[in-house]
Design a binder for this molecule. Structure first.
Ligand code: GLN
Length: 491
């Protein structure tokens, strides 16, 4: 074995909440134990940018008081959670792992943060990410990378690498990330945990620092499918403060989690699940076929299906996402937030601030995006990418007339060593399986399913149509059971 292994079990979300709610354990003791683990292990892993020890212990004490007073402390009572450092937390630094936000403390909480705290969860800290969520390895963080707890010589994936590592290392049983092109699912796969990107509009993005507004979604990461289902039920639902939030009552996914998949129509996307695709590790492809077999044994109807536009999704995404980012990141002007570098006039001050405040990848995206949106090129680049997006949405909609969920690997490869994908295009290619669901707005999640090269975790991705979370989660529960079963047999 190369590198250290720092995987840790620890008590799960559901057990903690049950224990705290019944008074069998105190939230303070649970939170203290997790803070101690972070203190002992995060020097090496660097999952966190900020740990809020005192604030967390005070919040835990408030949960214990609610229990003592006979008030309902909420479904996540006393559960320590880690939140990606691009979600606003009132009074707590929110950096997006960028120098440009140095010293900025948001004056308000993201809706997701509010809902978690209302449900009794205790926020212990803010997790590391690729700067402004641009990347697939967490190597683009201005504060140094996060290490994969499964093998510390490898990346944890990204951009929510800190959130995935926090769960894999046992620092918190639950964490939250954002997913614009795969940033929850891919690190979940590489760290061997569950990660969910909900339907666009199912979870409020109010207080999430915008990267690409038509693609961004917040979702949970946890060790088990049931824990993510519970977390999804807590954070999902309409929020008038996010104009893209879906205005209807969403069915709780926990209710049907154990319903099984009898008769469920499952499609394996041929373009993303063949041993012949360049850059796809054979073991990774093999695992997604084994997951499909497991669904078939449990009563699902499994068939291969072709979706031609999936491959073009990658190019479309890397036009649309930078275009939106170039516009969203214009607000970091040295006046409104964080860093300011002095200059003889306003333009020079802004130039100096942005030159020193942003890292290379962020600058690359801003330049690409500005170019794609500029007069004369708009139609050839941005317009064309939007047309690809429309074709893809239509193609998926057509396929979902015949299928309930779709299956692919989450990432073409297992966790890679630091520096292995130095060329940006090689790094972008990592998102080929996850990007389609951001472009369509559909939900998708990654479930750990055995191991691949060097005994590293592999994730299988389940996709569903708009608001198809119920089917997605119950299929995931079956895949999870099969994965645990086969691990028992393998070892
Ligand atoms: N890796 C992709 C990117 O760099 C996705 C990032 C994300 O989902 N935030 O854009």
């Amino acid at each position: 074995m190369i590198g250290g292994r720092h995987m840790s079990g620890g008590t799960g979300v559901i057990e903690i909440a049950a224990g705290v709610r019944s008074g069998a354990v105190t939230a303070v003791s649970v939170v203290e134990e997790h803070l101690d683990r972070i203190a002992a292990g995060d020097g090496e892993i660097h999952a966190f940018n900020t740990v809020v020890r005192e604030r967390a212990l005070a919040a835990a004490a408030a949960v214990d008081r609610a229990v003592a007073d006979g008030r309902d402390p909420g479904p996540l009572a006393g559960v320590p959670v880690a939140v990606k450092d691009n979600m606003c937390t009132r009074g707590i630094p929110t950096t997006c792992s960028s120098r440009i936000l140095e010293g900025w403390r948001p004056p308000y909480d993201a809706t997701v943060v509010e809902r978690l705290e209302a449900a009794g969860a205790v926020i212990v800290g803010k997790t590391n990410l690729d700067e402004f969520a641009m990347g697939s390895s967490t190597e683009n963080s201005a504060f140094g990378p996060t290490r994969n707890p499964v093998d510390t010589t490898r990346v944890p994936g990204g951009s929510s690498g800190g959130s995935a590592a926090a769960v894999a290392a046992g620092f918190t049983p639950l964490s939250f990330g954002s997913d614009t092109g795969g940033s929850i699912r891919q690190p979940a796969a590489l760290c061997g945990v569950v990660g969910v990107k909900p339907t666009y509009g199912a979870v409020s993005r109010y207080g999430l620092v915008a990267f690409a507004s038509s693609l961004d979604q917040i979702g949970p990461l946890s060790r088990t499918v049931a824990e993510s289902a519970l977390a999804y039920d807590v954070i999902a639902g309409h929020d008038p403060r996010d104009s893209t939030s879906i205005d209807r009552v969403l069915a709780p996914v926990t209710a049907r989690l154990d319903d099984g998949v009898d008769g469920l129509r499952v499609g394996i996307i041929a373009e993303l699940s063949s041993q012949d695709i360049e850059g796809f590790e054979p073991a990774v492809v093999e695992r997604s076929h084994q997951a499909a077999d497991a669904l078939a044994s449990a009563g699902a109807k499994v068939e291969e299906v072709s979706i031609h536009s999936t491959i073009a999704g990658l190019s479309a995404y890397y036009m649309i996402a930078p275009a939106e980012a170039s516009s969203n990141l214009a607000r970091y002007d040295g006046v409104r937030y964080g860093l300011r570098r002095a200059g003889p006039n306003t333009a020079a001050m802004m130039r100096a601030t942005r030159t020193t405040g942003f890292g290379d990848e962020v600058k690359r995206r801003i330049m690409l995006g500005t170019y794609a949106l500029s007069a004369g090129y708009y139609d050839a680049f941005y317009g064309k990418a939007q047309r690809v997006r429309t074709i893809m949405i239509r193609e998926f909609d057509r396929v979902y007339e015949d299928f309930d969920v779709l299956l692919t690997p989450t990432s073409p490869c297992v966790a890679f060593p630091f520096g292995a994908k130095a060329d940006p295009i090689t790094m972008y290619y990592n998102d080929v399986c996850t990007i389609p669901c951001n472009l369509t707005g559909h939900p998708a999640m990654s479930i750990p399913f055995g191991t691949g090269a060097d005994d590293l975790p592999v994730g299988v991705q389940i996709m569903a149509p708009m608001l198809g979370e119920e089917d997605m989660f119950r299929a995931a529960a079956v895949v999870e059971r099969a994965a645990i079963g086969s691990e028992g047999a393998d070892r």
